[in-house]
Every structure is written in structure tokens, then in C-alpha cells.
Design a protein around this ligand. Structure first.
Ligand SMILES: [Zn+2]
Length: 348
């Protein structure tokens, strides 16, 4: 088909409009401004099977001896009366952010260890559903916000205690609602009974360093104060040189797991900022996590800054200021998602 000059111009013009429209829709949907080049290959995935054919933890990058099971995300109650937590030291990845009225919740991901119990379990929010989907996880929780529950009802990942009470139990030595627990075996059995997909993930979700410290710009950071809201929900992290881990302190003191009597072995602490705004009378939050925001990384007693990227339903990606993907220390990563008007206080 031969096109005349006018037709060619019209065609070119239409193509330009479509391209501009697509670009606009892309950036509008991701709620980000195209001010920085997105690093190439940033969404490539790596397998959990290492070059030596060893199986790595999908979140920690360490070789594991146990079998991987379908990732299980659990919503932990973070109220003072819900502390200390149970099972958290066996988690492979932990994230923490706000629910309503300045209170925080934890979402902990389990993929191979089998602690005796998990809890106290509390209710879900819509962003915790997105995080579960992003890391291909089942979601153990007790109720939730209306939008979270409506979404979860349709998803083959829902392990809501209110819908399915069987695998959960309440303990007598704590008061409700801070006394609900579950076990991994029982939760996975429920998922099997429901016909949910139980294949473990084959994706390695973070990049890990297999070499000595690279030439990234780091500064000494032994103490990090992470403010979410009031003093009760401001956490202090202190680097323990001997153990090579970050220890979390709440107003109740050192944060420990009841099963181990020790703090979770946090090798990497990430603090990111996300725009949040109250959207209803109950104080529920909208969190704009699709896009890019500021990030602080803490490992080996040092810190680096950079940015994160998040696309709905996809795992977080973490970059240094220069656009290089962060190479974490193999081991537990703890992610703090704080409001955009807050900032971690870092001291050497
Ligand atoms: Zn692990």
C-alpha cells in the first residue's frame, strides 16, 4: 500500500498521540514523575537455585537445609500488649508500616523454617494484600478493612481466621484481641484443603553481595531511630557488632521472640518513605507505594541512601543513589515503611 504525503503525516501524528498517551498512562498509573532513568534490567528475576545447585532462601539469599514451602505472610499485632511476638525470629523477610491512628502492624514472611507457633495475629489492610501478592504468599490474618476483605475473598491466598477459624487458637494468658496464634503446618493444610496453589516460589527477591564491601558511598550508622507516629511507635535499632545484627528496641525494651528469647537476626534494615493519607472516618490510610521514593539502607553498621521502586503486585526493588541495585548482606531483611513527612534519625 502506497501512502500519500498527507496520509503519512496523519499516520505519524496518530502514532505520536498514541505514544504520548501510553507514556502518560504509564507514569500516571505508577504515580511517579519521569525525572530519573529507571535502571535497565531492574525487573529481571533470579532463581533460588544457585550456581552450585543449592537452594537459597528466596528472601535471605542463604543456602537452606529445609525444604521451601509456599510462602506464608502473617499479619502481626504490634500493640504493646501483643509483645513479645512469637515465631518472628524464624521469618525470612519482615515489613512494618502504619495501620490507623498511628499504630503499626508487621507483615512477616515465612518460607522454610517451622517455628512452633506464630502470632499474635491481627487484621489486614489493602496494602498488606498487595505485599502478599507481590511475594507470591498466602496471607494469614484475622479480619481486615472492607477493601482488603473484599479483595481477599476473591483471591486463592486468603487464610482469614474469621472465615476459617480451624487452624487458629487463642491463648488464655493474654487478653483478646492480642491472643490469637496459628501454626505453619495447620495454615498450609487449610490452604491445601481450599485448593490454593502450594508451589514454593522460585524467585530470589533481593540481590545479595557475594563479595567484600563494594565502593558504594556508605557512612557509619550504629543507631537508627525510626519514627512512625508517637513514642510508642518509634523504634530504635542498634547495631550489635559482635553478632553482626541490628537489634530493635520498643518502649518495652529489647524486642525478642518468645520462642528463642532473642531478637530476630536482622542483617539489613531498610527504611523507606511512602506518601500516606487518611481516607475515611476510621482513620484508614491510602498509601501511594506505586512508584519511587527515598530509601535508607543499613548493613554492617554502615548506611547508604538511594531509592526504591514498587509496581503493584511486584516485589520492591532497591537502588543506591547512583542507580545500582543494592547488594544486601545475606540474611534477614527488615523493611520499615514510614510516612513521607518522617525521617530516620541516624547516628554513628
Ligand atoms: Zn529464609
Amino acid at each position: 500500500m502506497k501512502l500519500g504525503m498527507k496520509q503519512k503525516i496523519a499516520l505519524l501524528f496518530s502514532l505520536l498521540i498514541i505514544a504520548a498517551g501510553s507514556l502518560f498512562a504509564y507514569f500516571a498509573s505508577r504515580n511517579l514523575k519521569p525525572y530519573l532513568k529507571i535502571p535497565e534490567n531492574s525487573y529481571e528475576t533470579t532463581s533460588v537455585v544457585s550456581e552450585e545447585e543449592k537452594i537459597l532462601c528466596p528472601f535471605e539469599g542463604i543456602t537452606i537445609n529445609e525444604n521451601l514451602y509456599k510462602t506464608l505472610a502473617v499479619i502481626y499485632d504490634n500493640h504493646n500488649q501483643a509483645l513479645p511476638h512469637t515465631g518472628i525470629a524464624s521469618a525470612c523477610f519482615v515489613l512494618e508500616t502504619l495501620a490507623e491512628g498511628g499504630i503499626t502492624r508487621i507483615e512477616a514472611f515465612f518460607a522454610h523454617r517451622q517455628p512452633k507457633a506464630l502470632g499474635p495475629v491481627r487484621s489486614a489492610r489493602i496494602y498488606f494484600v498487595d505485599f502478599a501478592l507481590s511475594y507470591d504468599a498466602l496471607l494469614a490474618h484475622c479480619g481486615g478493612s472492607p477493601d482488603a476483605l473484599q479483595t481477599l475473598r476473591k483471591l486463592p491466598i486468603d487464610l482469614d481466621q474469621i472465615r476459617f477459624p480451624e487452624p487458629y487458637y487463642r491463648v488464655k494468658n493474654r487478653s483478646a484481641p492480642h491472643n490469637l496464634y496459628g501454626r505453619i503446618d495447620d495454615l498450609l493444610s487449610l490452604a491445601k484443603k481450599r485448593g490454593y496453589d502450594l508451589n514454593p516460589t522460585s524467585t530470589l527477591y533481593f540481590s545479595f553481595r557475594s563479595f567484600e564491601l563494594s565502593n558504594e558511598t556508605t557512612f557509619v550508622a550504629k543507631k537508627i531511630v525510626v519514627p512512625f507516629s508517637s513514642r510508642s511507635y518509634t523504634y530504635t535499632w542498634i547495631y550489635n557488632e559482635k553478632k553482626g545484627i541490628y537489634i530493635r528496641y520498643t518502649t518495652k525494651g529489647v524486642y525478642i521472640d518468645t520462642l528463642t528469647g532473642s531478637p530476630p537476626p536482622v542483617k539489613n534494615l531498610i527504611v523507606i518513605k511512602a506518601p500516606m493519607k487518611v481516607r475515611d472516618q476510621k482513620g484508614r490510610l491510602d498509601m501511594a507505594l506505586n512508584g519511587r521514593g527515598a530509601a535508607w539502607y543499613f548493613y554492617r553498621g554502615t548506611a547508604a541512601t538511594g531509592f526504591y521502586e514498587k509496581v503493584q503486585g511486584k516485589p520492591f526493588k532497591f537502588f543506591l543513589k547512583n542507580g545500582e541495585e543494592v547488594q544486601f548482606e545475606p540474611g534477614l531483611i527488615w523493611l520499615e515503611i514510614i510516612p513521607a513527612d518522617k525521617k530516620p534519625l541516624v547516628s554513628g
